[in-house]
Design a protein around this ligand. Structure first.
Ligand SMILES: NC(=O)C1=CN([C@@H]2O[C@H](COP(=O)(O)OP(=O)(O)OC[C@H]3O[C@@H](n4cnc5c(N)ncnc54)[C@H](O)[C@@H]3O)[C@@H](O)[C@H]2O)C=CC1
Ligand SMILES: C[C@@H](CO)CCC[C@@H](C)[C@H]1CC[C@H]2[C@@H]3[C@H](O)CC4=CC(=O)CC[C@]4(C)[C@H]3CC[C@]12C
Length: 368
């Protein structure tokens, strides 16, 4: 699709461009991708903030659409040089059915791949997740692992299962001939737990802390480390991968990259306290206040209640057997593959990432 004469003026399509990560990728592309001529933003729900982007030098095209609808995806992809496929149903709380999660995350990704093949789009970047690896349900630690670290990935939950299937589809599609005869070049990025401005779970935990009188209670030991990465750096990695994939197709095609930066290794809650602490919250307890067996019992009760109440209302608390296992299993990455393959260095230092996130929390409505 991109011939050498067109190489300076590119059309990008970002699916899921109105979500937490998608908005950062969209803004980062507009700021830092000089080759951009048109940016198409495809999402089920378009944000009002898109309007302000339409006055700049790059043509911004907002497309309301559903990745599960093949014809809508094909129409959006036609004529694009690069597709960054971020759209997904992120649900580990039992809000959506396993079928819906599969349709959006797996069938939606298949639709994106077929659209690239049919329309001749050659470059596809997929936002995968650390969850395609783990943590697994056996609670095996993944300590400072990299893309080649052996790990027994066992997926029982619909979300990680769907991300793993979708990632496989994307990687297997690398090298397929697209319309016009050129090979499709694909790769997958695997962020660890993303944080930063717009992070809904951080917001929920913050409000929970405010409701509890400015306190959160420690339930997971400090020794359990959970990998986190700043959203601005994840966005930057997407921009770089999309750019470099064209130059380094032989090296990068079919590859996976963890998304990483210099964020410290901490437990999920200790990490959140880096931002929530300066915003007035306190984490009570140096050790877990409840024994683990009791947490397992509460998480199981929550799952049971969710199932019993489903005909009447949606009960989807933060704590369930899956989220407990996630929060209670060490999973951290230590790698330089992205640096070696396409020169990635984090754009935001840990101090910047922290400050930006704190400012965002402080600006939330009703903040302390
Ligand atoms: N939030 C996190 O910590 C991590 C997220 N990821 C992945 O990053 C991607 C983005 O995640 P977030 O920004 O956190 O989620 P998000 O929920 O904020 O964004 C997802 C976007 O996809 C859109 N979308 C959902 N279903 C769609 C459909 N059928 N058709 C078109 N658009 C649809 C949503 O409207 C939303 O704007 C997802 O693929 C997720 O699996 C990966 C690792 C960590
Ligand atoms: C035990 C609870 C006590 O309050 C704390 C529960 C925290 C959980 C809600 C989070 C712990 C780990 C998170 C997940 C992890 O960061 C990896 C993820 C990757 C993704 O691709 C999507 C988001 C998530 C599943 C993330 C979701 C929230 C946690 C389970």
């Amino acid at each position: 699709m991109a011939s050498s004469t067109q190489a300076q003026k590119l059309v990008y399509l970002v699916t899921g461009g109105c979500g937490f990560l998608g908005e950062h990728v969209v803004r980062m592309l507009l700021q830092r991708e000089p080759q951009l001529q048109e940016l198409r933003i495809f999402d089920l729900h378009l944000g009002p903030w898109l309007e302000e982007l339409k006055t700049g030098p790059v043509q911004v095209t907002a497309i309301q659409g559903d990745v599960t609808q093949a014809h809508e995806v094909t129409a959006a992809v036609a004529g694009a040089h690069v597709v960054i496929h971020i759209a997904g149903l992120v649900d580990v709380f039992g809000r959506a059915s396993p079928k819906t999660i599969h349709e959006v995350n797996v069938q939606g990704t298949q639709n994106v791949i077929e659209a690239c093949v049919q329309t001749g789009t050659q470059f596809l970047v997929y936002t995968s997740s650390m969850e395609v690896v783990g943590p697994n349900i056996k609670g095996h630690p993944f300590y400072r692992g990299n893309e080649d670290t052996p790990y027994e990935a066992v997926h029982k939950h619909p979300y990680p299962r769907s991300k793993a299937l979708a990632e496989r589809l994307v990687l297997e599609a690398n090298g397929r001939k697209v319309h016009g005869g050129l090979p499709l070049v694909t790769c997958a990025l695997r962020p660890t737990g993303i944080y930063g401005e717009g992070h809904q779970i951080m917001k929920d935990i913050y409000y929970q802390g405010l409701r509890l009188g400015g306190r959160l209670f420690r339930v997971i030991p400090t020794s359990v480390e959970h990998g986190r990465v700043y959203v601005g750096n994840v966005a930057w990695m997407h921009v770089l991968v999309a750019r470099e994939l064209k130059q380094r197709a032989a090296l990068m095609g079919g590859q996976v990259y963890f998304c990483y930066d210099k964020s410290p290794y901490k437990s999920y809650m200790d990490f959140n306290m880096e931002f929530l602490g300066p915003c007035g919250l306190r984490l009570v307890g140096t050790r877990p206040l409840l024994p683990y067996w009791l947490l397992v019992l509460l998480a199981t009760l929550n799952a049971l209640l969710q199932w019993l109440l489903r005909p009447l209302l949606l009960y989807a608390p933060l704590l369930n057997p899956y989220t407990l296992a996630m929060a209670n299993t060490t999973f951290t990455v230590s790698t330089n593959k992205a640096q070696r393959h396409f020169g990635y260095e984090p754009l935001f230092s840990w101090e910047d990432s922290r400050t930006r996130t704190i400012h965002w929390v402080q600006a939330l409505e009703g903040s302390a």
